[in-house]
Design a protein around this ligand. Structure first.
Ligand code: IVH
Length: 672
């Protein structure tokens, strides 16, 4: 293509992609399919690769994360990032209103939500994002532009018109509760320590060195103010509404995320409303911010040492409960990580009964200085996970023993180790520590791994305790007779089901076998990449550190973990035995069968799948003669639903009487 036409096409694609990005991430009203979006993005990527000097740092292709930044430069803020005076008392809010009115007479206030995230300042020049900076000390912060670019609800180029040539948008970067839960569910599956709360996780994510990693985590944003010399109006509220037109995610008045009032009563009504309903929000808020709406009046009121006289935050007290610490259990996970868990006298907290609370690690235990029988204060961290936040010292029983982190594994007695730079203690006795063994086997048989029917956590425990299994390879040496010999209500039919499930699992693709081994840091996605990069277990076991680092998504930590795993003779033996039992140890080069079994069928796919990547499932359908379609209509033959398929799509399928099937059903249609 001629350079000039490439330039035109790049501009056109960029504009289109920005619009669709905004519709999807800010308005939550997409108007094209993911597939159409991906196709445009691919075209743009190809053009930018061909003409690198036409690639802009604000191109929609940069959302997936650009180059790695080593350390973040510190840059001064053009306008200082102030903090807010805050209070837990309604009277003090009334006093604030009184002070303002006394100084300048009646005025209008804007009330909005106080998002519990990380403050960010975004500089725009001529409608383009030029810089994203953390709050830092308020005077200067860290330049994290590369990471900010990956946040889809932050516009890289502004829409419409009327924006000042130069201004800053300020706001909060957050994780929605749903996204946070999703991240933690993944951590749990991969045997990693859980994140404690969304705010800290957002802060940690923004400071990641690799923007690609940031892009994957799914951060979101809300903008709460504009700064600049030539803002469109002199009303804070109106400016935010303009910012919304330019593509920012700003508080929505229709949802009462922002509202104006002329007096304290109006402000209190807003505070009361969200005091009652804040648990229903998709993000976490810790209060309400009340601001004088008129920018000229704001200026007139001015600042105190650190915070403006024209604004105040009212904070909701986090719900707390005080209860008795019955004991601390030290749980040993699949990877040997030892986590202290407080066992509590059951207590009601923010709508649920809390019986246990994570104490995370030894440092946290030290900070709390827990003693046996203490009365402890429990809070929901970021309103999600219950956490012990303090001790009622006055109620401590005289002579009570301090709770200490053990030096030895509570399950097998092996001396615990703590790796440099890690907060977690580990029991290194991988092959002899009972809970590590059983949890590893549980992981191996789980749905996302080998998916062995008829084998759950309880059965694994039972088989282990009876001496039938000590490792995952032992599973394949089970027989109906040996299971029946256990007695305890085992019937021929259920024993046969287990054996049949095991036999079936020999067809599970190599990438899932790899995931099933439970190698530290090798989750589902990484296992897929490794399987494709190494092609076989034999090759993988022989790969050097450098070769491993050449595989997509494999960094130092994962490479190290793989090498460590395969260096253990016990692990080599298990892998060898699994191979002899006929488990798949090679990546299928053809990636599945080709046929015309789906001929004439129009199929819509939605959600995330266990055995296929998004593109993989589409390719599989097409390879077998089917047509993949982007949206559900009366002509759709099937909808293949994966995890996380949206309720709207499901409802549409039901309405149009289109059968919804899962990926296993699709596989049966292809292979059966
Ligand atoms: S206005 C001078 N509005 O709360 C006023 N701040 O201590 C500047 N925050 O770090 C802040 N939601 O990041 C404002 N709707 C909101 C907010 C908000 C959250 C954060 C902000 C700042 C802290 C204030």
């Amino acid at each position: 293509m001629e350079k000039s036409s490439a330039e035109r096409r790049i501009a056109e694609l960029s504009r289109e992609l920005e619009l669709h990005n905004h519709r999807y991430y800010v308005l939550a009203r997409p108007s094209i399919t993911d597939r159409e979006f991906d196709a445009m993005l691919k075209e743009l990527e190809a053009l930018e690769q061909e003409f690198p000097d036409l690639a802009s740092p604000n191109s929609p292709t940069q959302r997936v994360g650009g180059d790695i930044t080593k350390g973040f430069p510190t840059v001064p803020h053009r306008y200082p990032m102030l903090s807010l005076g805050n209070t837990y008392s309604r009277e003090e809010v009334e006093e604030f209103v009184g002070r303002v009115e006394k100084a300048i007479g009646p005025t209008r206030f804007s009330m909005e939500l106080k998002y519990d995230g990380v403050a960010i300042s975004l500089s725009y020049r001529n409608g383009e994002l030029v810089r994203g900076v953390t709050r830092g000390d308020g005077e200067k912060g860290e330049d994290i532009t590369a990471n900010v670019r990956t946040i889809r609800s932050i516009p890289l180029r502004l829409q419409g018109d009327g924006w000042p040539a130069e201004f800053e948008a300020r706001g909060e970067v957050i994780f929605t509760k749903q996204q946070f839960d999703k991240l933690n569910a993944k951590r749990e599956r991969e045997g990693e320590e859980l994140y404690a709360n969304p705010r800290n996780t957002a802060a940690g994510t923004l400071k990641q060195q690799d923007p690609k990693e940031v892009a994957k985590r799914g951060l979101d944003s809300f903008m709460y103010s504009l700064q600049g010399e030539a803002l469109p109006t002199r009303s804070h509220f109106d400016n935010l509404m303009r910012a919304q037109q330019w593509g920012f995610k700003t508080p929505d008045p229709a949802r009462r995320f922002i509202e104006r009032a002329n007096d304290a009563a109006g402000i209190m009504a807003f505070i009361d409303h969200w005091g009652e309903h804040r648990n229903e929000l998709e993000m976490i808020i810790d209060g309400v911010v009340v601001k004088v709406d008129d920018l000229d009046v704001q200026e007139e009121l001015g600042l105190t040492a650190k915070s403006p006289r024209w604004a105040m935050a009212y904070k909701y007290a986090p719900e707390q409960a005080v209860t008795k610490l019955l004991g601390v259990a030290f749980q040993v996970g699949r990877t040997g990580a030892v986590t202290p868990v407080a066992e509590l006298d059951p207590v009601q907290l923010a709508g649920t009964t809390v019986k246990r609370a994570s104490l995370f690690n030894a440092d946290q235990l030290d900070r709390l200085d827990l003693h046996q029988g203490d009365m402890v204060r429990v809070e929901k961290a970021g309103e999600i996970i219950p956490q012990v936040v303090g001790v009622e010292l006055a109620k401590r029983v005289h002579g009570a023993h301090r709770v200490r982190f053990p030096h030895q594994c509570p399950e097998c007695g092996t001396a615990l180790i703590r790796l440099d730079g890690e907060a977690q203690h580990y029991c290194p006795n991988e092959h002899g520590c009972p809970p590590q063994i059983t949890r590893r086997i549980e992981h191996f048989v789980s749905r996302r791994a080998m998916d062995i029917d008829g084998l759950g956590a309880e059965t694994v425990q039972e088989f282990h305790d009876a001496g039938l299994i000590r490792d995952v390879a032992d599973l394949y040496e089970l027989t109906v007779e040996r299971i029946l010999a256990l007695g305890k209500g085992w019937k021929e039919k259920s024993a046969e089901k287990v054996i049949a499930g095991l036999a079936r699992s020999k067809q599970v693709p190599f990438e899932r076998v790899l995931f099933a081994l439970g190698i530290r840091h090798v989750g589902e996605t990484v296992a897929k990449k490794i399987a494709r990069g190494a092609m076989s277990m034999e090759r993988l076991m022989a790969m050097s550190r450098e070769e491993l680092l050449g595989i997509e998504e494999v960094g130092e930590v994962i490479a190290e973990s793989l090498i460590d795993f395969f260096a253990v003779p016990g692990n080599q033996r298990i892998v060898g035995r699994l191979a002899r039992h006929g488990l798949r140890m090679e990546q299928d080069a053809s990636e599945g069968p080709a046929s015309d079994k789906l001929k004439g069928l129009s199929i819509v796919v939605s959600g995330v799948f266990r055995n296929f990547s998004r593109d993989g499932i589409k390719e599989a359908i097409e390879r077998n003669g089917g047509k993949v379609s982007g949206s559900i209509s009366s002509k759709t033959s099937y909808v293949v639903a994966g995890e996380g398929m949206g309720p709207a799509k499901r409802a549409k399928a039901v309405e149009l009487k289109v059968p919804v099937i899962d990926e296993d059903e699709l596989t049966r249609m292809i292979e059966g």
